[in-house]
Ligand binder design. Structure first.
Ligand code: SME
Length: 148
């Protein structure tokens, strides 16, 4: 985990904009972690989450999600990481890709405010562990610090 964080920290330090840091983050996370099949970053604009960067086999139709809707909107509203082991069994889930089986959404904080989130889909059921949560919460902190 530390190797991924340190490599990301270095790469992010080499770019000059928050948008570029988001692009690097989604690309590197997907490249480095086998079960991360689709990786996106949504940023909060008022009461909506707007897709800012993504990496994966295909684009999602969910480019704007109201806070409170879907797993993404839930994480933004509560400010807490959400892990869904079986998306097909969760009525809150907004479907994007037919092959997705599980999802994790991790809020990005700047001081006390949720300014965005990292959203990852896996084609594997129950793919996300506590290690993934810890890794992604550290990545979210890197991005949140950058946004301050
Ligand atoms: N599944 C998400 C929507 C975004 S896609 O996963 C890219 C949700 O339930 O909020």
């Amino acid at each position: 985990m530390n190797v991924i964080i340190e490599s990301l920290r270095e790469k992010i330090a080499s770019v000059s904009s928050f948008a570029a840091a988001c692009e690097i983050t989604v690309r590197e996370l997907r490249r480095l972690v086998a079960q991360f099949d689709w990786v996106g970053i949504y940023m909060r604009q008022g009461e909506e989450l707007v897709l800012t960067a993504w990496d994966g086999p295909e684009a999602t139709v969910h480019v704007r999600i109201p806070v409170g809707q879907g797993i993404c909107g839930l994480a933004a509203r509560t400010g807490e990481t959400v892990i869904v082991g079986d998306v097909n069994a969760d009525p809150r889930y907004l479907a994007c890709f037919p092959q997705t089986r599980s999802e994790i959404v991790v809020p990005i904080y700047a001081k006390d405010d949720v300014i965005g989130e990292i959203d990852i889909d896996s084609d594997k059921a129950s793919a996300f562990t506590d290690d993934d949560r810890q890794l992604l919460e550290r990545v979210a902190t890197l991005l949140g610090d950058l946004a301050l």
